[in-house]
Design a protein around this ligand. Structure first.
Ligand SMILES: [Zn+2]
Length: 458
């Protein structure tokens, strides 16, 4: 099967030029101007951008949390991702206490198998660090699960103490893995939550008011300091607070390999959303929480100046009906998370590129190239180049869409951006040489996505 993407403007993290892309089987083989090669199918990209498929390195599909499970499984979630122009996700497998990392990996492989419509990899969430687990980390790195997420929040559930965190960091210095950190001071937050509930403060907004920006900044600083002592890189997930960004910026200015991602919700929503009437604030209950509106400009600046290196979604949808309502009368019982896997590319293009905050090249870098490099997928993924996987998005920079739960494909009963108009959308999406979205319609196949063995740091 061969495919010719013709007449578009090819955009990578570094280049922008008119050209045609020829695909044979699963890979890009030739790029040139006016390629005249016979192809089984020709995709007309004139007037459109030809981008590397989006890479979302932070999703939670089919994830148990707080007595319920995130609403999208690997089928609905990856189909929604494809609609939005994302062709690779890196999800999280969870080690529960008393279980091995391999058990967790197998469990999540089964969740994805036969369901994922796009390629996927896994980070491993480590909740208990024994000698045996350290050995398992080495093996997982060899198997292509090359990153480990640790929590400084959720005491008693996910949280690791500093000694365990430090041991895990040291281990990655030996095995080439990367530590991803959920950086919030969980002990402090737990005290604030108990205090608020005792005072009868139960509404959704207290979720945000009990998770102060300084608790995120403190943990971010501590995580980076521990990584510095261990002499290894660190990646901070879902950075939301300006105070936490300052910690990353300060570390990077000293030359430390500190990396961080932020998410569209922190760029387009704010604390004000928690003040929506009744229980509506529950739509935005996620950790870390939405921050004051002024934070948005600071995060955009961080993205523009490379203090932040990636935009992922932390897609973790829960329906308002029967899921978010578990926390009616007690904000601490609202499942944490929101949908976003489908809307990332359009939101960031519209607000970032059209909004004049980042360049088109930087848009590609933040949504595909840089996460691919950090997480061992480059150059197989994350760029348009001969030899790379033919994960290609033909992106229409003029297409207007009104974001709405009625038209989006995520399996959740609300959308945090309901009614927002964005300009720029994926038109045709190609995953390893197969057209999976054609003129906005999904024509791919559940189960066609492959598990990605990622490379270790070298
Ligand atoms: Zn997450």
């Amino acid at each position: 099967m061969s495919l010719l993407v013709k007449g578009g403007t090819i955009v990578t993290a570094s280049d922008q030029y008119r050209g045609d892309v020829f695909v044979e089987g699963e890979r890009i083989t030739t790029i040139g101007t006016s390629l005249d090669l016979p192809a089984d199918r020709v995709v007309d990209a004139s007037g459109k951008y030809v981008l590397p498929g989006g890479i979302d390195v932070h999703t939670h599909l089919d994830m148990p949390f707080g007595g319920t499970t995130s609403a999208d499984d690997f089928e609905s979630g990856t189909i929604a991702a494809a609609h939005g122009g994302t062709t690779t996700v890196v999800d999280f497998a969870i080690q529960y206490k008393g279980q091995t990392l391999h058990h967790a990996w197998e469990t999540w492989m089964k969740k994805a198998e036969g369901k994922a419509a796009i390629d996927y990899g896994f980070h491993m969430i480590v909740t208990e660090l024994t000698d045996q687990v350290e050995l398992e980390m080495d093996d997982l790195v060899r198997q292509g699960v090359t990153s480990f997420k640790l929590f400084m929040a959720y005491p008693g559930v996910f949280m690791l103490d500093d000694a365990s965190i430090f041991r895990a960091l040291l281990r990655t210095g030996k095995n080439g893995g990367t530590i991803c950190m959920h950086a919030e001071n969980g002990g402090v937050i737990d005290v604030l939550v108990k205090k608020a509930l005792a005072e009868g403060k139960t509404a959704p907004k207290y979720h945000a008011l009990t998770r102060p920006a300084r608790a995120e900044a403190e943990a971010t600083h501590r995580a980076i300091a521990l990584a510095e002592i261990a002499g290894v890189p660190i990646y901070i997930v879902h950075l939301s607070a300006a105070e936490a960004l300052e910690m990353v910026t300060e570390a990077r200015d000293r030359g430390l390999p500190a990396y961080a991602e932020t998410c569209p919700q922190y760029l387009f929503l704010s604390y004000d959303n928690y003040e929506e009437p009744g229980f509506a604030g529950a739509k935005y209950v996620m950790s870390p929480p939405l921050r004051p509106k002024e934070t948005q400009d600071r995060l955009w600046r961080g993205l523009a100046f490379n203090d932040l290196q990636a935009i992922s979604t932390d897609h973790c949808p829960f329906c308002m009906k029967e899921q978010k309502t578990l926390g009616e009368g007690d904000f601490s019982k609202i499942p944490n998370g929101a949908p976003g896997i489908e809307t990332r590319m359009s939101l960031v293009f519209d607000g970032g590129v059209r909004g004049g905050r980042i360049s088109l090249n930087r848009f590609v870098e933040l949504t595909a190239t840089s996460p691919a490099k950090i997480f061992g997928l480059f150059p197989r993924k994350g760029t348009i180049a001969p030899g790379s996987d033919a994960d290609i998005v033909v992106f229409d920079p003029e297409k207007k869409t009104t974001l709405s739960v009625k038209t989006l494909h995520m399996k959740v009963d609300y959308n945090p951006y309901e009614g927002r108009e964005v300009v720029g959308a994926a038109d045709t999406v190609i995953s390893r040489g197969r057209v999976i979205v054609d003129g906005g319609r999904f024509v791919g196949q559940a189960g066609a996505g492959a598990f990605l063995r990622r490379a270790a740091r070298t």
